[in-house]
Design a protein around this ligand. Structure first.
Ligand SMILES: [Fe+2]
Length: 283
């Protein structure tokens, strides 16, 4: 039985460091043909939930050459509904097949009672919501047999009934579930401008030893608010904040995240190279 398990385990558990790039279908052919010098790729979990087909085939080929992480939007950990075991079963199969370095999802909800919204929806940071979120994270971690990384969202509205900050909420989630954190520095910057809080205060409130991954992306400036589109190069103030975050967290593996108006792969490589330079400076 043990021998069989060894034979079936095609990949070893991935370990990542340095800058990585979000894996997008537009770049599959280029990546597989050229094998560019990229430290690791982040795959969007739900894109690979099929039983077969081209996406899984491409991911298999990419994984033969690169470590990966799995980043999801569908676990809906902030929902008052229990975590969907169908979803977890599919995720577990992917984890066993691809041995990602990390598995992450968001501080948000996307479905309740089987009804889905096609966005990551925030919720008020209250003690009641905290207990609910913690319960869902623990259920998911128990099922998957590994810890999750939880990512902070970009936000545009607050709730009058909230009785703690987002960073206090995240810190409590970590303390109660022993999960780790994926800190999106662009999201902190966007939320800080939109709500008027100090982005550095947020970063310094987090436990650095639990921050395993960082995201960087580009926002859209709507003058009276910033909108997180993942459709631009990383803006200068976010690079600046990233530099401060590295001082505090250390050279944590960092992803260049780009989801709309996806550019040529060379642009993503340039952004990843900038992140690598800053990480080397800190290291
Ligand atoms: Fe992100």
């Amino acid at each position: 039985m043990f021998l069989l398990a060894l034979i079936m385990a095609k990949f070893e558990q991935a370990v990542i460091s340095g800058a990585g790039i979000g894996l997008r279908s537009q770049h599959y052919q280029e990546i597989l043909a050229d094998k560019p010098e990229v430290n690791w790729f982040e795959a969007l979990t739900e894109n690979y939930f099929g039983d077969g087909g081209l996406p899984l085939h491409h991911l298999e080929k990419v994984r033969e050459h690169y470590p990966i992480t799995l980043h999801g939007v569908g676990m809906s950990l902030g929902s008052t509904s229990p975590v969907d075991h169908n979803y977890l079963a599919k995720l577990k199969r992917l984890i066993e097949r691809f041995e990602p370095a990390y598995v992450s999802d968001h501080l948000a909800w996307v479905s309740v009672d089987g009804h889905f919204v096609h966005d990551l929806v925030p919720f008020p940071y209250t003690e009641e919501a905290l207990k609910n979120f913690v319960n869902n994270v623990m259920q998911a971690q128990d099922y998957l047999g590994r810890s999750l990384l939880i990512e902070n969202p970009a936000s545009y509205l607050g709730f009058d009934c909230a009785d703690m900050t987002e960073w206090d909420f995240l810190r409590e989630v970590v303390a109660r579930t022993e999960c780790d954190l994926l800190i999106d520095v662009n999201n902190i910057y966007v939320s800080a401008v939109n709500h008027g809080f100090d982005a550095l205060e947020y970063i310094k409130a987090l436990p650095p030893e639990r921050v395993k991954e960082i995201h960087l992306a580009g926002y859209e400036d709507h003058k009276d608010y910033l909108f997180d589109t993942h459709g631009y190069r990383v803006h200068p103030p976010v690079w600046e904040l990233y530099r401060s975050a590295l001082d505090y967290f250390g050279p944590v593996a960092t992803l260049i995240e780009w989801d709309t108006d996806i550019p040529g792969f060379n642009v993503l490589m340039e952004e990843a190279s900038k992140a690598d330079q800053l990480m080397r400076a800190v290291a």
